[in-house]
Structure formats: C-alpha cells, structure tokens
Design a protein around this ligand. Structure first.
Ligand SMILES: Nc1ncnc2c1ncn2[C@@H]1O[C@H](COP(=O)(O)OP(=O)(O)OP(=O)(O)O)[C@@H](O)[C@H]1O
Length: 364
C-alpha cells in the first residue's frame, strides 16, 4: 500500500502542528519519523490513521483519496508505546479480539480465528505463551503481543508510535531488529515514530526528520548520516565537533586554533566548521592544514570502543570535543592530561546566519 500525503495542515487552537506537509511513502516501505518533542510526529501518524482530521490537504492510499474516510475503514494497524492489552484476556484472546468483534458478515469462523491468531503468535515467537495473561509477560513480550494483535486485522498500513520507548536498551535493540525482519517477511507499509536517532537509522528504509510541523529532510539512513542537509539535522543527529571562528583567505581561525584548506577560500566572515567523528583523527603533532590543540580530559572505555573527551587549548568551544575510537582494545589509548592535535580530513562549513552547509567534500 503506498501512501501519498499532500499539503497537510493541522492546528490545535492557535498552535500550528503540521504546516503544509507533503510526503510520498512507497509500497512496503518502512519509514521512521524522527524529530524533537513537539515537532508533530504523532500528529502526522494520527492524521495518516484517520484518528485526527487535518484542516487542509489530502491523504491517498494506493491512489485512492481516504482523507474523509473513517478510521475503521482505512485498514491501519496501530502499536503504541503503552501496550494496551486486555488484562483479563489470555495472549491468544488478545490477538484474536479484533477479529471476534467484526460484524458477523465479515467475521471468519471461530476455528479460523484461532488458527490465524496462533499462526501470528508463532510469527512473533510467542506461540508457547498463548495461554498466559499479560501480567505474566515481560515488557518486550507484551509489545510483541500488541504487534501480533495489530497484524491480526491484516492491516495495509501499520503505524507504530514509539513502540519500544518504554523498554530497556537491550530489549529495545532486539525488538527493532525483529521488527525489521518481520517487516521484510510480511511486507506491509509501516510508519513509526521515534525520538531515538540510532533506532531510526537502524530500522528505517528512509528517515523523515521533522522540525516544527515541517519536514526538514527525507533520506535513506546512510545518506542522512553522510549528508545532513541543514544545521538542524546536524545538531539533531549529534556528535559534531565545532570550530567557531573567523574565515579569511582560506583560513578559519580562533585563538590558537586554525584550519587552512583550499576549499575554505570561497568564503569570508564568521563561520563554524562541523567535524564529525569519522572526519578526524588525533595525533601527537599538528598536521600541515590544521592546528587544533586539545587536552584529553577523560577516556571512557565501553566494550571495544573508547570515548575521549577533549578540551581546547588556547581556543574555546561551547561544548567539549569528543572522539570515539572504534578498536580501542588494539591500541594504546591516550591518557588524561595528554596534549593531542585533531586532524580533520573533511568537514561542513556554516557561514554565520546560514542554515545549509557550504562544503561537505573531503579535503584530500
Ligand atoms: N489534542 C491536542 N490538543 C492540543 N494540542 C495538541 C494536541 N495534540 C498535540 N498537540 C500539540 O501539537 C504539537 C505536536 O504534538 P505531537 O504529539 O505531534 O509531537 P511529537 O513530535 O509526536 O512529540 P513527542 O515526541 O513529544 O511525542 C505539540 O506542541 C502538542 O502539544
């Protein structure tokens, strides 16, 4: 089922929650809606579902205009953060509930309902727990039951609102991989809301980054990471080391820090250079094109990775710089208090007041 969202506008009183938002979602795609709190993710999901009526704009499912179609006729399945399972029903009864309350004409025979619910429970790897009650399940298991329940209605579109938000990090990670697999196997179209960039980048075919009721960028995860389109997306994805300085004659300078690249010659004035983890290394001596002295403030090792916090020496930053070393166990790590030099190999430049990056190409 493809979804076309055209010029959707939505107010809550004076608050403009969605601003002429348009988006095309392909058949079988898994779309992650990512953005800060209040950016309109849930509202967009609810408008797609038909739980919220837009002030203007259209929603098409497979080319058919469903804008005025009631939620019950849209054939969408939902999974919310709080798995609202019925506590007095077994897992199997929960999963088959939607089918059991269908009007008689549409309702499959009782044996068929049982068979379908049991098959779905096997799919979500909970067949052996069909007779249990929700209170006897873990949070992750409950969320899988909620998903099976949504899928029992054979929805054409599955909408998930922070489905794993309430679970701990490990279960969350397992469930997102599992959702990805299930999605590939069953090939429904899904849209899910998350705050968590790692989750969005790991699970989605494409990520939609939202800001104040608008779409800021839509891209496949690898592209979004490699080419954030704006300062907002850079800041939201995080992990930027920023050199704020004055750009003149191809050199960006602040105090004792400077970077001099041929590509920098195209601008003059106040500017910020964003450098991400994969765009820099650290070494004992400065390189020819950059002088960025830093002192190691902390070294935190987590499994095979080490995270270094670095304080500028003779220049200043709003946030300390950080650098993650991927194979920390194979190297001698720097020590606290050591003086090192950052050597950027690429970066993205924002001239003062500009929101789109000027350069993203590697400098060598
Ligand atoms: N029923 C409502 N009545 C009034 N305002 C609402 C209503 N629903 C949402 N809003 C407002 O619209 C804005 C967008 O809300 P929405 O829930 O879509 O954001 P979100 O991006 O999903 O945020 P979060 O990540 O915190 O869930 C918020 O400022 C919210 O307070």
């Amino acid at each position: 089922m493809s979804i076309r969202i055209t010029d959707i506008d939505k107010h809550f009183g004076n608050y403009h929650a969605l601003r002429k938002l348009s988006l095309e979602i392909g058949e079988g795609e898994l779309i992650g809606l990512l953005g800060p709190s209040g950016s309109g993710k849930t509202t967009l999901l609810r408008v797609i579902a038909g739980l919220e009526v837009a002030d203007a704009g259209q929603i098409h499912f497979n080319g058919e205009d469903v804008t005025r179609l009631d939620v019950r006729r849209r054939r969408v399945g939902f999974v919310f953060q709080q798995y609202a399972l019925f506590r007095h029903m077994t897992v199997l009864q929960n999963v088959s509930f939607g089918l059991r309350i269908l009007p008689r004409r549409e309702r499959p025979a009782a044996a068929e309902i049982r068979r379908r619910a049991q098959t779905l429970l096997e799919r979500v790897q909970l067949g052996h727990l069909a007779g249990r009650y929700p209170d006897q399940l873990s949070g992750g298991q409950r969320q899988r039951v909620a998903l099976a329940r949504a899928l029992a209605m054979e929805p054409q579109v599955l909408l998930l609102d922070e489905p794993f938000g309430a679970l701990d990090a490990k279960v969350r990670k397992e469930l997102r991989l599992w959702l990805r697999e299930l999605h590939e196997e069953m090939n429904f179209t899904s849209v899910f809301v998350t705050h968590d960039q790692e989750e969005a980048l790991e699970v989605s075919d494409r990520v939609v980054v939202m800001k104040a009721g608008c779409i800021e960028q839509v891209a496949a995860p690898a592209e979004l990471y490699a080419r954030p389109a704006s300062r907002f997306v850079f800041d939201f994805l995080g992990e930027n080391n920023i050199l704020e300085g004055r750009l003149s004659s191809g050199r960006l300078t602040q105090g004792e820090a400077w970077v001099q690249w041929p590509a920098l010659a195209a601008g003059e004035g106040d500017a910020e250079l964003y450098i991400r983890n994969h765009e820099m290394t650290l070494q004992a001596q400065p390189a020819a094109g950059a002088h960025l002295p830093l002192e190691v403030r902390s070294v935190t090792q987590i499994g095979p990775q080490a995270r270094l916090t670095l304080a500028p020496l003779g220049w200043s930053t709003a946030m300390p710089w950080e650098w993650v070393c991927a194979n920390a166990h194979e190297q001698t790590l720097p020590e606290r208090g050591e003086r090192l030099y950052a050597v950027p190999t690429a970066g993205s430049l924002f001239m003062a007041g500009e929101q789109t990056p000027r350069w993203l190409t590697p400098v060598r």
